[in-house]
Write a protein that binds this ligand. Structure first.
Ligand SMILES: [Zn+2]
Length: 183
């Protein structure tokens, strides 16, 4: 099995990003990625979002998803990535909320009453936040761009040990069978 390179956090004109889904796919395709996931903000989403995301772009695997706001913890964002049967939930950018490690663990515990949290994003808009990449937070750690514009693409990624199939990729991430990459 190969290592597949991907980014599972990005935005388009369907929320607060600057590019269309097609334009983002072209950028990541040209950067040599194997998969990307679209995660426009649930509270900003424009009509026709789901059908506005292409099913694929050549060999590039495309995941559809959302970035959720979790109302009980008002500003906490959660990435939701849809496979065929699998769904991946990501606790996003704790750095943006200046959360302590104890607060991260407490929030994950609270959110887990409503949805499972499978991994933690240890980047903030593509910049590595080492303070959260520690065993005290007992989840796989992923890196992503959270790209809103072209210049934010290709900063941080994961390389997943998986077959080229959506659910296999998400299962491998849940199992921590990947490494993170930083520009
Ligand atoms: Zn985002």
């Amino acid at each position: 099995m190969a290592y597949l390179k991907g980014n599972l956090h990005l935005h388009t004109i369907f929320s607060d990003g600057s590019q269309t889904p097609e334009e983002m796919l072209t950028i990541y395709h040209d950067l040599g990625y194997d998969f990307v996931g679209f995660t426009d903000h649930d509270y900003l989403i424009r009509p026709h979002y789901w059908e506005g995301i292409p099913e694929s772009n050549g060999s590039l695997i495309v995941f559809k998803g959302l970035e959720l706001e979790y109302p009980p913890l008002r500003y906490q964002h959660i990435g939701k990535i849809l496979g065929e049967e699998e769904t991946l939930f990501v606790f996003n950018h704790p750095q943006q909320y200046r959360l302590s490690v104890a607060e991260v663990n407490r929030q994950i515990e609270l959110i887990s009453r409503d949805m499972p949290i499978h991994c933690l994003e240890v980047t903030d808009k593509g910049v590595y936040t080492k303070v959260y990449d520690i065993p005290e937070i007992p989840l796989p750690k992923i890196a992503s761009d959270d790209a809103h514009t072209p210049d934010q693409c290709g900063m941080a990624w994961i390389e997943v040990h998986s077959r080229r199939e959506k659910d296999a990729i998400l299962r491998a991430i849940k199992q921590g069978d990947f490494k993170i990459g930083l520009k």
